[in-house]
Design a protein around this ligand. Structure first.
Ligand code: GLN
Length: 267
């Protein structure tokens, strides 16, 4: 069943009007991967929705069928989710989702512990951690899947970022956050910042890694410019569901151009 054909009221219809075109080739699909975007209504800034679209397109290029689902405040949580993405948001958006997110803590923790690949950006990175204390002093509790905590400051960290990651090579993106995140011993950084700030103004580190969860401050969208990271999420989802991943032939020409362009940008 495609997301577009889901019955009204299931809470998972796409609210942004993006239609998924059919598979490019006439070949039989190698399998179906269900991608869930968390809280796109409230947590979806600087193009974060594009991450879900990239995952869907790369799955198609690899010969798999993507199903794109959304989860917003008050929805039923869909079953059989294979890949989860979540975006960033204003402090106000984070306040809107906080109670609902806390109510979904055990579901999301179980999925993360079980190895479900997840990408959480900025505002949801912070709330996958223990808490975000905003610069006005409000404490927004997180679900603590990631051993990190975040404190808002008056200094907003804004600009283009380049990260050197041992797993994914050079990661390029854009940051805009007041929160400064400190990593505990339960997580590893995603990488070291070569340009820009990342987690906080002193560590020289960006993002966090735990099991198959990738957390990052980088918008952009992130995945169009970082196919190695996108394919890690895709491959992990497929291997987890089907035991092995048979790659196809993704068209990386636009990603290469986007990376060249992004790498030339000043801070
Ligand atoms: N509101 C949070 C902050 O300012 C997250 C921002 C974002 O998601 N870009 O730190």
């Amino acid at each position: 069943m495609t997301p577009q054909s889901q019955p009204a009221g299931s809470g998972h219809e796409l609210s942004f009007g993006h239609e998924l075109p059919p598979l490019d080739s006439a070949e039989a699909s190698k399998g179906t991967i269900r991608i869930l975007q968390l809280y796109p209504r409230d947590m979806n800034i600087y193009g974060d929705w594009g991450n879900a679209l990239v995952l869907a397109q790369r799955l198609r290029w690899h010969g798999y069928t993507p199903e794109l689902l959304e989860y917003n405040v008050g929805d039923d949580f869909p079953s059989d989710v294979d890949l989860i993405v979540g975006g960033g948001g204003q402090d106000s958006g984070q306040l809107v989702i906080q109670d609902d997110l806390l109510a979904r803590e055990s579901t999301l923790r179980e999925l993360a512990e079980d190895g479900t690949p997840m990408l959480v950006i900025c505002g949801l990175y912070q709330l996958f951690g223990k808490f975000f204390k905003t610069r006005t002093g409000a404490v927004i509790p997180g679900i603590g899947i990631l051993d990190v905590e975040t404190h808002g400051t008056e200094e907003r960290l804004i600009g283009n970022v380049s990260v050197s990651s041992p797993e994914f090579g050079t990661i390029l993106g854009y940051e805009n956050h007041s929160g400064q995140t400190t990593l505990g011993p339960g997580v590893a950084p995603l990488g070291a910042t070569a340009k820009g700030t990342g987690n906080n103004s002193t560590s020289g580190q960006e993002g966090a890694r735990y099991r198959n969860v990738v957390a990052s401050y980088l918008h952009g969208s992130l995945l169009p410019k970082n196919p190695a990271l996108a394919d890690f999420l895709v491959r992990t989802a497929v291997e987890r569901k089907y035991g092995s991943f048979i790659s196809g032939s993704p068209d990386d020409s636009y990603a290469v151009l986007a990376r060249e362009h992004a790498a030339r940008r000043p801070r």
